[in-house]
Design a protein around this ligand. Structure first.
Ligand SMILES: Nc1ncnc2c1ncn2[C@@H]1O[C@H](COP(=O)(O)OP(=O)(O)O)[C@@H](O)[C@H]1O
Ligand SMILES: [Mg+2]
Length: 251
């Protein structure tokens, strides 16, 4: 098992945002997390990637407990999350941004992996270049990140997450705010990085068409709790899921 959560719980005061969630992610088996707004999807991913500490429960990565570790320690072990624009340095070029992200995965990894320490700058720069090519951003490498159009900025966020060469990549609504064309391109890219790099992807997405296209498995959250977990076909026919979604419809 690549990643497992056991009884993962996060309370903010009175609110239980994540309520005893158990997830299992096999290597190479992409999982999507779906659920109405406020269901606890982003919080769940933030608990796994170390941005938040759980109130209760555990996160196991390759069988080792990583609960409560710092985000940079977690990245160095091979988990990476595509952050919102916060991770982009607006005044640096696209290329510089990618190199900084690729270096971030190396920094301080000495105690975890002696050999990683031997990675030279050339190798880091090469990884940054390959990532930009994969994400279709290589032509724009000399442009300041702040000058990129919206869709390219979002793709750069994904590239920065990929630049650390993760085994497990978390994407929290990667197509939010994109035009239909940008969305299509991005979904193609997600499928490509999954195949070509063998990255296991955890995707949070509200567009069901995208979900059914890219997921091997789907977990459904509602009010913090997992209410269903299975293949896209299992989920499509699940009455609890339909109920949660009907309940979530805004009138
Ligand atoms: N830092 C926080 N402090 C207090 N409440 C929060 C915080 N982050 C999220 N929440 C609340 O936790 C619930 C789950 O939020 P979130 O995980 O962002 O949902 P989703 O990503 O599924 O839309 C929501 O009710 C949200 O308002
Ligand atoms: Mg969210």
């Amino acid at each position: 098992m690549l990643l497992e959560t056991n009884g993962l719980t996060k309370r903010f005061g009175e609110l239980t945002a994540v309520d005893e969630v158990d997830l299992q992610i096999e290597e190479g088996d992409s999982l999507s997390i779906i659920g109405p707004n406020g269901a606890g999807k982003s919080t769940t991913v933030n608990l796994i990637t170390g941005l938040l500490n759980p109130t209760e429960g555990d996160v196991l990565y390759r069988g080792e407990r990583i609960t409560g570790q710092e985000p940079h320690e977690i990245v160095q072990q091979g988990l990476s999350k595509s952050f919102q624009t916060a991770s982009i340095f607006p005044e640096l070029t696209v290329e510089r941004n990618a190199i900084v992200a690729a270096l971030g995965a190396e920094h301080g990894s000495f105690s975890l992996n002696f050999f990683k320490r031997l990675t030279g700058y050339d190798e880091v720069a090469e990884r940054a270049r390959r990532t930009l090519e994969d994400m279709g951003l290589y032509e724009q490498r000399h442009i300041e990140a702040q000058s990129l159009p919206y869709g390219d900025k979002r793709r750069l966020e994904m590239a920065l997450a990929l630049a650390s060469d993760p085994d497990l990549l978390f994407l929290d609504e990667p197509t939010a705010g994109m035009s239909p064309d940008e969305t299509d391109d991005t979904v193609d890219l997600i499928e490509r990085i999954k195949e070509e790099r063998g990255v296991t992807i955890v995707l949070i997405e509200h567009d069901m068409e995208i979900i059914f296209r890219v997921s091997d498995r789907i977990a459904v959250l509602n009010r913090g709790a997992k209410i269903a977990d299975g293949t896209p076909d299992d989920i499509r026919g699940d009455p609890d899921v339909q109920e949660a979604y009907l309940g979530g419809v805004e009138i």
